[in-house]
Design a protein around this ligand. Structure first.
Ligand SMILES: [Zn+2]
Length: 323
C-alpha cells in the first residue's frame, strides 16, 4: 500500500502465467485500475480500466497493449507503434497537452521530450491526491506539481559516473562540417538527430534507411525537411547496424554507450542523474515510486531519495499482486 495521510492509492503488479511479474505496474485508486506501460492482460486475468502508454519504445510494452481497445496513447505514439510493429492500434488517442476522460477520471497529458509523442499522465484521486506518471523524460519543464510521483531512473544510479553526462552538441555540430553518417535507433534518436541537424542550420537532404525514413517522415512531417533514402553523397542517419553499409569516412554512433566499434557522440534521450533530481525538485512530490527500469538502478535511486528524506519505493518492492 502506498498509503499514509489517508491516502488510498495502491501500486499493484500482475502475476503472469509463468509465475513472474508482468512488466511495470498498475495503480489502483477509488474504483479504478490504470495500467502503466504494461503488457496486455490475458482474458482470464484482472482487466485494467485503461492501459496508459507513455511512449513507443519496446521496453514500455505498447506492442501488446496497443491491441486492447482500453489502450490510451498520444496520436504520435499510436502511429509509431503501428509503423514499428506493423499492426493496427486498437485504443484511443489524444494530442499531447490535452486533458482526456479515462474511465470517468480527468487525466492531463504533458510532453516529456523523450521521443516524439512521449507523454506524462497526471490526475487527481477523489480525495484530492495529485498523481504524476512520467514515462521516460528528457525535458521536465512541462510537468506539474504532484503528491505521488511515478518516475523513471534510466540514469538514476547516484554512484555510477556514467549517469552524469551532458549531450555533446559541440561534437555533433563539428560532425556536420564533414560528410558524416550517424548511427541512431530508428525511433527516438533518429528524429532527435534530424531535428538537431535542422536546428543547427543543415538544410540539404538527409539520407535514412527505410524504417527510420518512414518514422521520421510521418512523425515530424515538414519539420524534418528534405529526406531521402540512404545516399553516400549526402549526410545520412541510419540504424547503428547499418553503419557498415554506408560509404563515409566519418561515422558516429549517437549514444551514451562506450562499447561500440564506431566513435560515439553523446546524445541522450534521457535526463542524467542530476536532471532527475532537478525534476523531483520541480514536481515536489511527497512520495515517489521509481518504476523504470526495474532493478538495481531504480533501487539505488529509491535508496538515495529515502536518504534525502523522501518516502520512496521501487518497482521490485511492490508487495500487492493481482492475477
Ligand atoms: Zn524510452
Amino acid at each position: 500500500m502506498i498509503a499514509g495521510g489517508g491516502r488510498c492509492l495502491e501500486a499493484v503488479r500482475r502475476i503472469n502465467s509463468r509465475g513472474g511479474c508482468a512488466p511495470h505496474l498498475s495503480l489502483r485508486f477509488d474504483s479504478h485500475l490504470f495500467s502503466i506501460d504494461t503488457s496486455r492482460a490475458p482474458k482470464a486475468s484482472v482487466q485494467p480500466d485503461a492501459y496508459l502508454i507513455t511512449h513507443a519504445h519496446s521496453d514500455h510494452y505498447g506492442k501488446s497493449a496497443m491491441l486492447s481497445p482500453r489502450s490510451i496513447a498520444s496520436v504520435q505514439t499510436a502511429r509509431a507503434l503501428e509503423i514499428r510493429y506493423e499492426r493496427k492500434y486498437q485504443g484511443s488517442t489524444f494530442e499531447v497537452g490535452e486533458s482526456i476522460d479515462v474511465d470517468g477520471v480527468r487525466v492531463n497529458t504533458h510532453p516529456t521530450g523523450h521521443t516524439i509523442g512521449s507523454t506524462s499522465f497526471s490526475w487527481q484521486t477523489e480525495s484530492g491526491e495529485r498523481v504524476l506518471v512520467t514515462g521516460d523524460v528528457k525535458d521536465y519543464s512541462h510537468l506539474p506539481k504532484c503528491d505521488f510521483l511515478v518516475m523513471e531512473a534510466n540514469y538514476g544510479d547516484p554512484y555510477d559516473p556514467s549517469c552524469i553526462f551532458e549531450d555533446d552538441l559541440a561534437a555533433f555540430s563539428e560532425a556536420l562540417e564533414t560528410n558524416a553518417c550517424f548511427g541512431a535507433y530508428a525511433f527516438g534518436k533518429a528524429q532527435r538527430a534530424v531535428a538537431l541537424m535542422r536546428a543547427m542550420g543543415y538544410k540539404d537532404e538527409i539520407g535514412m534507411d527505410e524504417k527510420s525514413l518512414t518514422l521520421t517522415q510521418e512523425l515530424m512531417g515538414r519539420a524534418a525537411g528534405p529526406l531521402t533514402v540512404v545516399d553516400a553523397s549526402v549526410m545520412n542517419v541510419v540504424t547503428p547496424w547499418n553503419l557498415c553499409q554506408v560509404k563515409s569516412r566519418h561515422k558516429y554512433f549517437l549514444t551514451g554507450r562506450n562499447d561500440t566499434s564506431y566513435p560515439t557522440i553523446r546524445l541522450s534521450d534521457h535526463l542524467d542523474f542530476r536532471g532527475l533530481m532537478r525534476m523531483i525538485e520541480h514536481v515536489m512530490p511527497e512520495e515517489v515510486l521509481v518504476y523504470h527500469p526495474e532493478g538495481v538502478r531504480a533501487n539505488l535511486l529509491a535508496h538515495h531519495l529515502q536518504e534525502c528524506g523522501l518516502e520512496t519505493t521501487s518497482l521490485g518492492l511492490i508487495e500487492s499482486f493481482v492475477r
